[in-house]
Write a protein that binds this ligand. Structure first.
Ligand code: FAD
Length: 447
């Protein structure tokens, strides 16, 4: 029995039952699409099935990951994490200054918020956590041993937030539509993982030598000596690099698949983590991992919070149903994109430093497309592919065949290309993805 069935079926408290039954289903996002229709206009064979994400239009994320804009201090994230009047706490990847935009940062932010709460809460208190993503689950896990009542309110009809393992009988593995990759030496426990360690950089003319991170490191070091912050793209140009050069352009596209932003949007003073050459990829159901973290916390799904009123005596939350419910304190873990779009009203409004931080940080974009083949058309054992040259939207691919035995390719696109890719109609998005794979069709297959 799943956690949700347990709540509805066994009645885990009047509040849960009431909310689940009264709240209209939110739009099912991200939208998954399957497209077995043949596409004749590319030399890459059509897949047996495809599925893609739509985080850009998701009302409960409004983008993929936060990034640090030009001129913004990384300490801005610490400002956002400051509790307000000891009643409203914040967590989520955007509040973590060390590993923003990552699963690691989300978990760490939840642990930090829980630590702050521990210093304040008294036995018997009722704490609300808004959002059942990694940060919210980490808060619940870290408060589990206290004599308090923790209620997690989640807008979607599932847990996980920007982790989304889509389970489907047509697919041999959970399709990871959100975060699933961690650094090779990252000790975050995401259940079963596979090693993705071999890269292939390929242009239409064949394999090429990777550019490597050296131009980025040189540009960042030079920019960090300047009196004012500049864009990473500007820093590259100033140090003699050409962001349009195909090898560097492919590297920057790769960077955008993790930062969510393009080089002309990113701060050179506080750049994102630079591209890595090796990863581990989670191949299990990350929803189950989140449920385990949530433990015995009371969870109510399909319950978007629309307003948070707070004062000396506690907090009152208004839900999508129009109903209000009271708690002693609240931890807000909703994505930065939701805060930026006024997805939740605060009464009184948040202090200026918090509002300033929300508006100063950027919300970037990442989308993914999974392709399943009956037979592989490729013959390389490399697991991380980079399409060099051309103006393809999807330039980064993960080949899961060597490490799982399944004919699966995963395309990842970030930055403005991700926004455009998300806007494409299903057939156009698939065609665009397939065209970017042309360099990986063996030459004997293309004649
Ligand atoms: C396509 C994609 C690929 C990524 N790839 C990687 C990767 O490979 N490696 C990596 O480390 N990171 C990756 N990330 C980032 C990583 O997924 C996130 O940093 C992390 O999952 C964020 O967790 P969180 O708890 O901060 O936020 P979320 O997971 O977004 O959780 C917030 C929760 O709040 C809920 N919510 C929103 N509004 C309301 C409301 N009004 N009321 C109630 N609930 C609400 C949301 O539904 C959500 O469940 C990726 C993200 C995306 C989108």
């Amino acid at each position: 029995m799943t956690r949700r069935e347990l709540l509805i079926g066994a009645g885990a408290g009047a509040l849960s039952v009431l909310l689940v039954s009264c709240t209209p289903e939110p739009k099912p996002t991200p939208t998954s699409t399957r497209t077995p229709t043949p596409l004749p206009t590319t030399m890459v064979p059509p897949p047996a099935a495809s599925m893609r994400s739509a985080w850009a239009t998701d009302p409960f994320s409004r983008g993929a990951v936060s990034y640090t804009r030009i001129g913004v201090q990384s300490a801005t994230r610490e400002t956002l994490a400051e509790p307000v009047e000891g009643r409203v706490y914040f967590a989520g990847e955007a509040t973590d200054a060390d590993n923003p935009g990552t699963m690691r940062g989300a978990i760490h932010s939840g642990a930090s918020a829980a630590m702050r709460l521990r210093a304040t809460v008294e036995a018997g208190e009722r704490i609300a956590v808004i959002g059942a993503g990694l940060a919210g689950a980490a808060v619940a896990a870290d408060l589990a041993d206290l004599d308090i009542e923790v209620t997690v309110l989640e807008a979607r009809d599932r847990v996980g937030g920007r982790l989304h393992s889509q389970l489907d009988d047509d697919w041999p593995l959970p399709v990871q539509l959100g975060g699933w990759l961690i650094g090779a030496d990252d000790d975050t426990d995401l259940g079963e993982t596979v090693d993705l360690t071999t890269a292939l950089w390929r242009s239409p003319e064949g394999a090429i030598e990777p550019t490597g991170n050296a131009p980025l490191e040189t540009a960042i070091a030079a920019a960090q000596a300047l009196p004012a912050d500049v864009a990473l793209a500007e820093a590259l140009v100033e140090t003699g690099a050409d962001p349009e050069e195909p090898g560097l352009a492919a590297l920057l596209a790769y960077l955008a698949t993790s930062s969510g932003a393009d080089a002309d949007q990113l701060s050179a003073w506080f750049p994102p983590a630079l591209p890595q050459s090796a990863f581990r990829g989670a191949v299990g159901d990350l929803g189950a991992f989140i449920e385990e973290l949530l433990g015995d916390a009371q969870l109510t799904l399909s319950s978007p919070v629309s307003r948070i009123a707070y004062d000396d005596s506690g907090v009152s939350l208004r839900l999508g149903t129009g109903e209000s419910t009271s708690f002693d304190r609240v931890v807000v873990t909703v994505p930065l994109g939701v805060l930026q779009r006024d997805g939740i009203e605060f009464a009184p409004p948040l202090p200026f430093p918090h509002r300033g931080a929300v508006n100063a940080l950027g919300m970037g974009h990442i989308e993914t497309i999974w392709l399943r083949y009956d037979e592989p058309f490729w013959d390389t054992e490399a697991t991380i592919w980079h399409a060099v040259g051309g103006d393809h939207a999807v330039r980064t691919w993960i080949n899961l065949l060597p490490v799982t035995g399944e004919n699966l390719l995963v395309g990842i696109v970030g930055g403005d290309d991700a926004v455009e890719f998300a806007e494409l109609k299903e057939q156009d998005a698939l065609l665009s993805a397939l065209r970017s794979l042309e360099a990986f069709v063996p030459s004997d297959a293309t004649g």
